[in-house]
Design a protein around this ligand. Structure first.
Ligand SMILES: C[S@@+](CC[C@H](N)C(=O)[O-])C[C@H]1O[C@@H](n2cnc3c(N)ncnc32)[C@H](O)[C@@H]1O
Length: 168
């Protein structure tokens, strides 16, 4: 298992929108929540500000192109995956935007399959959504039709097209 990253940034990094909470003991127990009610369509962060190139993909990195990964170096790291997410990480504009109204205290989640092709560390999803996809390993491991209806970043669309002709 990849070692958890010790925060090197000033916390909280995005207090206007994000409060980090802990929900269990042990590894990977932190999660980002809304520090206030956030309406749909709100850009809550620009991740280029603090991000640095990742030397290797890791549980903490975000894939931003077919070959590049970054470390976010902010509380955005604690955004968990959901198969029914409420924000998108747009790697072209390098912004995080809400796609639903999010109530104060609600987890901030995005679809890791929208950024990650073949993850360094797979996990069994605990999002609890009715449409939960189960094991999350990256878009490479998911049938194309299961990704229909999700926001996908341009590099994931290109990789799907190379794999099997794109969304069908
Ligand atoms: C970038 S971290 C997200 C923050 C993480 N919860 C933490 O405390 O560092 C990604 C890791 O969080 C866990 N994780 C994220 N979303 C999850 C989910 N829906 N179900 C189970 N584990 C999840 C997995 O261990 C994953 O490798």
């Amino acid at each position: 298992m990849t070692i958890e990253q010790v925060p090197t940034w000033h916390q909280p990094s995005h207090p206007d929108y994000i409060a980090v909470k802990t929900y269990k003991s042990g590894s990977f127990s932190k999660y980002a929540t809304a520090s206030t009610r956030i309406p749909a369509g709100t850009t809550i962060a620009e991740f280029s500000t603090a991000a640095t190139p990742a030397t290797a993909k890791a549980y903490s990195s975000l894939q931003v192109s077919e070959t590049e990964h970054i470390e976010l170096n902010s509380d955005l790291l604690y955004s968990n995956h959901s198969c029914d997410p409420n924000v998108i990480f747009d790697t072209d504009s390098q912004t995080v935007t809400t796609i639903k109204d999010i109530e104060e205290g609600e987890p901030i989640t995005f679809n890791y399959l929208s950024t990650e092709w073949d993850m360094a560390q797979a996990f069994k999803c605990e999002c609890g959504s009715k449409k939960c996809l189960g094991e999350i390993q990256g878009a490479k491991h998911v049938p194309t039709k299961a990704l229909a209806g999700y926001f996908l970043n341009s590099h994931i669309k290109r990789l799907l097209e190379k794999r099997d002709g794109g969304l069908q």
